[in-house]
Ligand binder design. Structure first.
Ligand code: ADE
Length: 275
């Protein structure tokens, strides 16, 4: 039986959800190993949700070390149909300021060292990924941010998230290159998650929390971990409010997403004859 319809993956600075009630921790094992941490199952806005700290609750996993497949597989096993991913990002645009919130609608993959598919080993499938984010879920998330009218927070609907490998931050040349591509924000984790969620037919959207101007801005210091954490701490309560409001809206009217039938035309292998 499905244990949670909505999943939340919390990134740096968002290691739990204070408003989660009746919390039960579950250790999940998957064919891809263990997820980043125990999943916390609980009730938020009278809805069952599954919360996972992406880097572990003590932040012990680098972006390149994350068990992305186990994390998404665990969510699928729990019955998750909608996945909200909260993540710290750097800004690549002047008008996107630290503490702002962005709901991206595109990704550019600059990772080098991640396994971002469940397929292979005899099963060949190619999901459509032209629109990598579920636009209904992203719309609900953005509407939740807009309704809350949070002080000091500007909402940016849409935008391109560059996913880099890390763990070192970008060089200035790279940062300027991404700006020349018209990208909006940069982070280290969301693209593999978005791909795997789509393969798992889970609707996915990102709440990108802006913490810095990366290293391109002439009037701002280059990004440091200290800067990221300080701004995330300022924004963590806001992020939790946004997630709670999103869950409330989503549970009232869960949309049918194209993501929910992503595999319909994706699988090439003749499964009736596969080994
Ligand atoms: N996460 C937060 N800020 C970042 C940046 N500037 N680059 C990559 N990931 C980030």
């Amino acid at each position: 039986m499905a244990q949670a319809q909505i999943g939340i993956i919390g990134g740096s600075g968002l290691y739990n959800m204070d408003a989660l009630k009746d919390v039960k921790e579950v250790q999940i094992s998957t064919p891809f190993g263990s997820p980043s941490d125990a999943v916390r199952l609980g009730t938020l806005e009278e809805t069952r949700v599954a919360f996972l700290a992406r880097h572990g609750r003590n932040h012990t996993l680098l972006p390149s070390e994350l068990p992305f497949r186990a994390n998404i597989y665990a969510m699928k096993q729990l019955g998750v149909e909608y996945l909200i991913s909260a993540s710290a990002v750097g800004s690549l645009k002047e008008e996107v300021k630290p503490l702002d919130m962005v709901v991206p609608d595109q990704f550019i993959d600059r990772t080098k060292n991640r396994i971002s598919t469940f397929f292979g080993a005899g099963i060949v499938a190619h999901i459509s990924f032209g629109d990598p984010v579920c636009h209904q879920l992203a719309g609900i998330l953005a509407d939740a941010i807009a309704t809350l009218n949070l002080p000091d927070v500007t909402l940016h609907r849409g935008g391109t998230y560059v996913c880099m490998e890390g763990p070192a931050f970008s060089t200035k040349a790279e940062s300027h290159l991404y700006r020349s591509w018209g990208a909006t924000v940069i982070g280290m984790t969301n693209l593999p998650e978005a791909k795997l969620a789509r393969e798992a037919e889970i609707a996915y959207a990102t709440l990108a929390l802006v913490t810095d101007y990366d290293c391109w801005h002439p009037d701002h210091d280059s990004v440091t971990v200290e800067m990221v954490i300080a701004n995330l701490q300022r924004n963590a309560t806001n992020a939790q409010k946004v997630i709670q409001e999103t869950v409330r809206r989503l549970s009232q009217n869960p949309p049918l997403s194209e993501a929910h039938s992503a595999l319909k035309y994706a699988i090439l292998t003749r499964l009736d004859q596969a080994p």
